[in-house]
Design a protein around this ligand. Sequence first.
Ligand code: IVH
Length: 668
Amino acid sequence: MKEDIQNRVAELRQQLRMHNVSYYEKDAPSISDQEYDLLMRELQSLEDEFPQLRTADSPTQRVGGAVSPRFPSVQHPAALLSLDNAFDEADLLAFLERLRKNGAVDRSLLAELKIDGLTVAITYREGTLETAATRGDGLSGEDVTANVKAIRSIPQKLKNAPALLTVRGEIYMPKQSFEALNRDREENGETTFANPRNAAAGSLRQLDPAVTGSRKLEAFFYDIVSGEDVTFPTQEALLEGIQAYGLPVNPKNRLCCTVEEIAAFIAEIEEERHRLPYDIDGMVFKLNQIEPRTKLGATGKFPRWAIAYKFQPEQAETIVEDIIVSVGRTGALTPTACLQPVSLAGSTISRATLHNEDNIRGKDIRIGDHVLIQKAGDVIPEVVRVLEEQRNGGERIFVMPHSCPSCGQPAVRPEGEAAWRCVNSHCPARIYEQLVHFASKKAMDIDGMGPAVVKQLLDRGLVRDIADIYTLQMDDLLSLERFGPKSATNLLNAISASKTAPLGRLLFALGIRHVGERAGKVLASRFAGMEQILQADEAQLTEIDEIGGIIAESIVSYFAEPQHRDLIQRLSDLGLNMQGESRPAQETLLSGKKVVITGTLPGIGREEAKALMEQAGAIVASSVSKKVDYLLMGENPGSKEGKARELGIAILSWEEMQTLLAAGRENA
Ligand code: IVH
């Protein structure tokens, strides 16, 4: 018996440690929060029952994950405690009773929403954001200052704040942003995030703050960790106070004085939670009075004055009736489970995303299986696991098609990618998705050209590709269902207006893999025009901040295809804007010339020199090839000099280059 218990304790610890690594360090949980809580509770109760088995390094004794070595560690001014959990009304009553026993006279509680994000502690000195850290092990966390500074919704400066203030809050990703991010990632064959919280964690712990900045994170603050000369009498006053400093505070909270009031507020929020634009995983009840909190103190890692109420997991059981595969605009084949309709979290669910082949295999999902589903991040339903005990042998293993379900051409699964892909650029499903994307708001913003109109245009053979949109005539549109002269004129005007869209939008609209809105903008800001982008090689592209190897490779291979070059030519002939923002005022002696820099330039940094040459229309590359026009050479040149001489490339000093630049300005 004793040995059984010892073994079980060891097993639970090992499992919890493994899940801790997946959750805290890899931002990819391997089990649901509810399953994790169950394991933790089991271990906790065994340790309570057999205290001799308790060890200092048991997962029950630690607040969270270890500090990840990727970011420097920073010590919190005071420990960031976690909260004990209540799962039902009885647990809440017991909490109130403990408060009474411990001498709390006014036991009114402020009920707040428990935001499902990740904790951040931010220190403001003289009202200016100085450091930001994750919770880590509660005592010290990861220094994510640069990344947090890139989050626009978090103030860099506070109003009328004390000289030194550390606030605690929750960074989260709104449901809508999470869905959009996952859609993009799925399209690009990248792994998707399991839920908004993991997406927020993954986005915050980026080595490049620009990536964090692009991810639409938000925050709510709810506590003061430490502060000079700040005292608020109650939690209510504290929330109002930090809001007045300019920090975002969740507007939903209520003062509850009885268990009935608590239960009523829980019921209200449980009903409303799915309509909130962000995920919550429960509620937090805090003793409203602040002064008695110190006396109440904490037990191990939990304060005695607050408790978290966790919502019941919202999962449902149903049957996988079929698995279908759809084709995205980049050709990614995405499997979806067709489910026996079941009601979950306030809506009827009949579809669940299966993400990709590996997910289906990993969970061994078969057609006919009874499965447990849940709304990932409360939005997109997904299959949690198969209820294997309910199998009757009639289930069918699903095999991901190796050909495109739309055009029938062979599909490929490139090494290292999660998605099978249709590579036929004439595939009707891809063309449909491409056109819908091209016309969409964030791309060319052609109002009136939604999915239904695109479908009709394709079905009637009025368009076959993107460029055909710009040849549409009044009569074509009048032949469509529900189109009259007014709507047709409006659509023609919208199409015509889109011709002047900035180049960044066009680049995004083309649907080049990995080129999102941001990459489109960055490219447009760094090149004189489409022509220069078409000619750029990978080395040149990766020299641009924010353009990594994957994006660069994708751009080069896109423009290497003759049909894409033809498409660009046609779009240009049809009058679409092809000019970038970094164009020179006029033709200069350097327009379109490829330059490579080597050695130290006298009196000017490389970046500055590069910017000047690019302004004059030059393309600055990193390696010498036959296509290079000039080698700009400073002191202590590297091997590039020899190579340039070998290829007979003109070598210029910075002085000579300045003459070319000046000549350009005179011409202009
Ligand atoms: S109070 C000592 N308030 O939930 C103060 N926590 O399960 C403890 N959380 O680690 C935190 N919303 O990351 C508090 N309104 C809220 C919260 C909240 C989300 C998180 C927080 C904490 C975890 C505890």
